[in-house]
Design a protein around this ligand. Structure first.
Ligand SMILES: NC(=O)C1=CN([C@@H]2O[C@H](COP(=O)(O)OP(=O)(O)OC[C@H]3O[C@@H](n4cnc5c(N)ncnc54)[C@H](OP(=O)(O)O)[C@@H]3O)[C@@H](O)[C@H]2O)C=CC1
Ligand SMILES: CC(C)(CO)C(=O)C(=O)O
Length: 300
C-alpha cells in the first residue's frame, strides 16, 4: 500500500513510522527542503514509550503536486494549515482517499466540500512530540479511532490490519460524534496545560489544576448531558495519565510562539454549548487566556 503523509510534525512522523513499520511504502510530505534533506539522509527515528528506538525508511518530499497516485493520503498538519492544502487537494484526483488527523471540529464540514470520493477522519489519543527534524518521541500509547464519512470503508479498513499494540486502530461509526468527543477531551486538557505550562500528567497530580479540570468537566456535562456516559471523567484522567509526559499540542504551540488550535477545539465547543444555553464560564476564561497569550506574541 502506498501512503503519503502530509505534515512531518509530531503526529505525521509518528504515524508515518508505524505505517512504514507495517510494510507500507510511505512518503512524508514536509514543507521545508531542509527537513526533507534531513529525513532523506538520516531516515525517520521513533523513540518508543519504553525508550527503545525504531528507524524506518521513508521517502520525503516537499512536492505534493507531483506525487504519484497513492492508495491513501494522510493529512497530519495543524488545522490552521489546512486552507492552503484544500486548494491543492482540489487539483488532485478525486479517487485519492483522504484521512484527516486533526483535533477539533472545524475541518469536518470543510473537508466534505472537497471533490475526493473517499474521506475519513481520525481521533487520536496518543501523545507525540518532535525531538528533531527526523526524530519523534511517542509519548503515551493511545487509540487511533477512525471513522469513514464518505465513500468506500474497505479503503480505510486496511489500516485496521496494522496490528501494532503501540498503535491500535479502531473503526467507529459516527465521524462527527467521534470528533466532538475528542474536542471535549481536548477542551479539558489542552487550554489548561497551555495556560499553566504543564505536561498532561500534572493536570491530575497538581491539586489546583485537577480542581479546575473537574470544574470544566462539570460545566461541560451541564451543557451536554450525554457526555457523562460517553466520556466519563475517569477517561479524562486516564488520558492525562497515559500521556503524562506529553507536552499537549496547544502547549507546544505556545512554547513555539505559534497560533494554536483554540478556535477549532474550544471555540467550537463553546459555541455549541451557548446554543444549548450554557456559557461554560471556566472554559471560556481559559479560551480568552489562550487568545490573549497569542495576541501578546509571547515566545519563550
Ligand atoms: N502532538 C500530539 O501529541 C497530538 C496532536 N494531535 C493533533 O494532530 C494534528 C497535528 O499536530 P502535531 O503533529 O502536533 O503538529 P506539528 O506542528 O508538530 O506538525 C504539523 C506539521 O505540518 C507541517 N505543515 C504545515 N503545512 C504544511 C504543508 N502545506 N505541507 C506539508 N507540511 C505542512 C508543519 O511544517 P513546519 O514544521 O514547516 O511548520 C509541521 O511539521 C493537530 O490537529 C493536533 O491537534 C492530536 C493528538 C495528539
Ligand atoms: C491526546 C492529547 C491530549 C495528547 O497531548 C492531544 O490530543 C493533544 O496534545 O492535542
Amino acid at each position: 500500500m502506498d501512503v503519503a503523509v502530509i505534515g512531518a510534525g509530531a503526529v505525521g512522523q509518528l504515524t508515518a513510522s508505524f505505517l512504514a513499520e507495517s510494510g507500507m511504502s510511505v512518503t512524508l510530505v514536509a514543507r521545508r527542503q531542509e527537513q526533507v534533506n534531513e529525513l532523506n539522509t538520516k531516515q525517520l527515528t521513533r523513540i518508543n514509550v519504553d525508550g527503545t528506538k525504531t528507524v524506518q525508511n521513508v521517502v520525503s518530499t516537499t512536492d505534493l503536486a507531483t506525487l504519484p497516485p497513492q492508495d491513501l493520503l494522510v493529512i497530519a498538519v495543524k488545522y490552521g494549515h489546512l486552507q492552503k492544502l484544500y486548494k491543492q487537494f482540489a487539483a488532485l484526483s478525486s479517487d485519492m482517499p483522504l484521512l484527516f488527523m486533526q483535533n477539533g471540529l472545524a475541518h469536518f464540514e470543510e473537508a466534505l466540500t472537497l471533490p475526493q470520493k473517499n474521506i475519513a477522519f481520525c481521533s487520536i489519543s496518543f501523545g507525540a512530540q518532535m525531538m528533531g527534524q527526523a526524530t519523534v518521541q511517542h509519548r503515551g500509547v493511545g487509540r487511533c479511532k477512525l471513522a469513514v464519512e464518505r465513500g468506500d470503508q474497505r479503503i480505510f479498513q486496511k489500516l485496521l490490519q496494522l496490528q501494532n499494540s503501540l498503535f491500535p486502530v479502531e473503526l467507529v461509526r459516527n465521524a462527527e460524534q467521534m470528533l466532538f468527543e475528542k474536542a471535549v477531551l481536548n477542551s479539558l486538557i489542552n487550554p489548561l496545560s497551555a495556560v499553566l505550562q504543564v505536561k498532561n500528567g500534572e493536570l491530575v497530580t497538581n491539586q489546583q489544576a485537577f480542581l479546575l479540570m473537574e470544574t470544566i468537566y462539570k460545566e461541560l456535562t451541564e451543557a451536554f448531558e450525554a457526555i457523562e456516559q460517553t466520556i466519563p471523567f475517569a477517561d479524562v484522567v486516564d488520558l492525562c495519565r497515559k500521556t503524562a509526559k506529553n507536552t499537549s499540542s496547544m502547549l507546544t504551540d505556545r512554547l513555539q510562539g505559534r497560533k494554536s488550535e483554540i478556535e477549532t477545539i474550544v471555540g467550537v465547543i463553546l459555541n455549541k454549548a451557548l446554543a444549548n444555553g450554557h456559557n461554560l464560564p471556566t472554559l471560556r476564561t481559559l479560551y480568552h487566556q489562550v487568545l490573549a497569550i497569542e495576541e501578546s506574541g509571547e515566545r519563550s
